[in-house]
Design a protein around this ligand. Structure first.
Ligand SMILES: [Zn+2]
Length: 199
C-alpha cells in the first residue's frame, strides 16, 4: 500500500475530533464541562495510543485536564515545577496513603492521577519520589467499576475516568457529572464490535 493511501485510510478510520476509531466515535455524547479543581494525569506512554484509554475521554469532557505523558521524573519536569505541595494530592494506594472517604480535603485544589495498568502505575510511582512528598489517598468505598472492556487488577480498582469522576463528584456535590454516562456509551460501542478483546 502506498504511504499516501495508508494515510488516507488512517484518517478515515479515526474521528478527527475525538480521535477514537470512527466506529467508537463519541462526539455526539460529549458536552464539555468544568470543575474548580486542577486535574493532572500522569499517563504511561503505553496508554497514549490505546484506543480503550479512559483518560482521553476525560480530556474530551473536561478540557481543563492536564495530561503529561511519561514514566520518570525527567518526563514530568514541567508539572513537577508547578506542584504546590500544600495544595496538591496524589491518588494512589500506597503504604502511607489514607482513605479519602475519611478526610475533608479543605486545602487541596489539585489532584494527580496515574493513568496506566496497575503494574505500570506502580512503576511510575516508584520512579517518581516527588509524588511521595504529597499527601496520598486511596479509595476505601468507591462505587463498583464499570469498565468491562479492560480488566481490573482486582475488585475495587477504578479506571482513571471513574477515579476522576469519584473525586470531582465528592468535591463538587452539586455537580451532575456526565462522565459515567459517556463512559457507558464508550464501553458499549467497543463491546458492540469487539466483544472478546480485553487487555
Ligand atoms: Zn468523534
Amino acid at each position: 500500500m502506498l504511504v499516501s493511501s495508508l494515510l488516507i485510510t488512517l484518517v478515515r478510520e479515526y474521528c478527527q475530533n475525538c480521535h477514537y476509531p470512527i466506529k467508537t466515535c463519541l462526539c455526539e455524547h460529549i458536552q464539555p464541562f468544568e470543575v474548580p479543581q486542577k486535574l493532572v494525569v500522569l499517563q504511561h506512554p503505553s496508554e497514549t495510543n490505546n484506543a480503550k484509554n479512559s483518560a482521553r475521554l476525560v480530556k474530551l469532557c473536561l478540557p481543563q485536564t492536564e495530561i503529561y505523558v511519561g514514566e520518570n521524573e525527567g518526563d514530568f519536569a514541567d508539572i513537577i515545577q508547578q506542584v504546590d505541595t500544600a495544595h496538591c494530592a496524589v491518588l494512589f494506594p500506597s503504604r502511607g496513603s489514607k482513605a479519602i472517604e475519611k478526610h475533608i480535603l479543605k486545602r487541596i485544589d489539585t489532584f494527580i492521577f496515574i493513568d496506566a495498568t496497575w503494574r505500570k502505575a506502580l512503576k511510575v510511582w516508584c520512579l517518581n519520589p516527588w509524588l511521595h512528598q504529597l499527601p496520598a489517598f486511596h479509595f476505601e468505598s468507591p462505587p463498583a467499576g464499570q469498565y468491562p472492556i479492560r480488566k481490573a487488577p482486582q475488585p475495587g480498582y477504578l479506571s482513571t475516568l471513574e477515579a476522576i469522576n469519584y473525586i470531582i463528584s465528592r468535591e463538587n456535590p452539586e455537580l451532575k457529572t456526565p462522565l459515567i454516562r459517556v463512559f457507558h456509551y464508550f464501553n458499549q460501542q467497543f463491546l458492540s464490535f469487539r466483544p472478546d478483546n480485553q487487555d
